[in-house]
Design a protein around this ligand. Structure first.
Ligand SMILES: [Fe+2]
Length: 329
């Protein structure tokens, strides 16, 4: 990772709750401004897309088909959600459609790999469940593998701590309208109990009102973050390319544990699996079976993006950098 993209360097430089920046030069034909349309409460958690390929984009949403089908509840019916992809925001020219089945076993999240698309093309997508229609999202496929790409522009974000403030950085990126994609470098959400980190943080408390430990906890926290209007707007504006850092599971995570995983909190292997399951349910990342999170995306002959997983396989951090004194952001 180059110094320009180092998360902590950016965090130190800005002190921002959500660290954001735009790298690269002027985009050629970026996406239009992101004005997500009002959505039905059935689609209360917005829409998202991610992992653009020359011929495919991963589409995401979550449905609340019945009042009891709340995130983390394990309740609610199995339903078929319709998805549509078009080349225009009015959906006059639908180029792909289908249904996806979801239910409580996957917390009513929906992930569709929309394939058969054209490279370097803006698409619009939405979901339907009965009479309910989601917000319209905009996304963009990657350039053809051998294409001569003059320019790309990515928004770069990390360390988005709900409790420490509002997601104005997401809103500003969504309003740009010139991004090919957003790259989230990790710490999309934080595991702490209300007010725990940063200590005394009271801008807006976490839900559930405890450190997330169980599958229901992790799902509920993901849902809370996905309720933020600025986060929803940026997800609807362009594809995201995400990886996790430590807080998606617990602070200073490594292959055998985490600084914020203590005796009495159960098995780390189990907690890591729970955190990963909720992450793959709730994030617009392409995954199938046991495929790992690390992956490579190519943008024509201009750029190749290696998304790393720097937590699942690493050794424990040295003591001088772990613990309360040196807790990472
Ligand atoms: Fe962070």
């Amino acid at each position: 990772m180059t110094p320009v993209l180092d998360r902590r360097t950016l965090l130190r430089a800005t002190g921002a709750t959500v660290t954001a920046g735009a790298v690269g030069a002027v985009a050629a034909g970026g996406l239009g401004s992101a004005a997500a349309s009002p959505a039905d409460p059935v689609f209360a958690h917005g829409v998202a897309s991610g992992d653009p390929l020359p011929d495919a984009v991963l589409l995401w949403t979550r449905v609340t088909p019945t009042p009891d089908a709340l995130p983390g509840s394990g309740q609610g019916p199995t339903v078929d959600v319709v998805w549509e992809v078009a080349t225009d925001p009015a959906f006059a020219a639908v180029v792909g459609a289908g249904t996806a089945t979801t239910g409580p076993e996957r917390d009513h999240t929906v992930k569709v790999d929309a394939t058969g698309l054209a490279p370097s093309t803006v698409y619009y997508y939405r979901f339907r469940l009965g009479d309910a229609v989601s917000a319209v999202g905009a996304t963009r496929t990657a350039p053809a593998t051998d294409a001569a790409v003059p320019r790309l522009r990515f928004g770069v974000v990390s360390c988005s701590n709900w409790q420490a403030g509002y997601f104005a950085a997401y809103r500003h990126l969504a309003e740009r309208g010139d991004l090919d994609a957003v790259v989230h470098l990790g710490d999309y959400l934080y595991e702490y109990a209300p007010g725990e980190f940063p200590v005394g943080s009271t801008v807006r408390p976490h839900a559930p009102a405890a450190e997330m430990l169980t599958l229901a906890d992790y799902r509920t926290r993901h849902a809370q973050y996905k309720s933020d209007p600025d986060l929803q707007r940026l997800h609807a504006a362009c594809p995201w390319i995400v990886t996790w850092d430590d807080h998606e599971a617990a602070n200073d995570a490594w292959s055998g544990g985490a600084e914020n995983h203590q005796p009495g909190e159960g098995s780390w292997v189990d907690r890591r699996a729970i955190a990963n399951r909720a992450y793959f349910e709730w994030m617009p990342v392409r995954n199938a079976g046991d495929r790992p999170l690390y992956r490579r995306l190519r943008f024509g002959r201009l750029a190749e993006l290696s998304m790393l997983d720097l937590r699942s396989y690493r050794s424990q951090q040295v003591s001088a950098l772990s613990g309360e004194g040196g807790r990472s952001q």
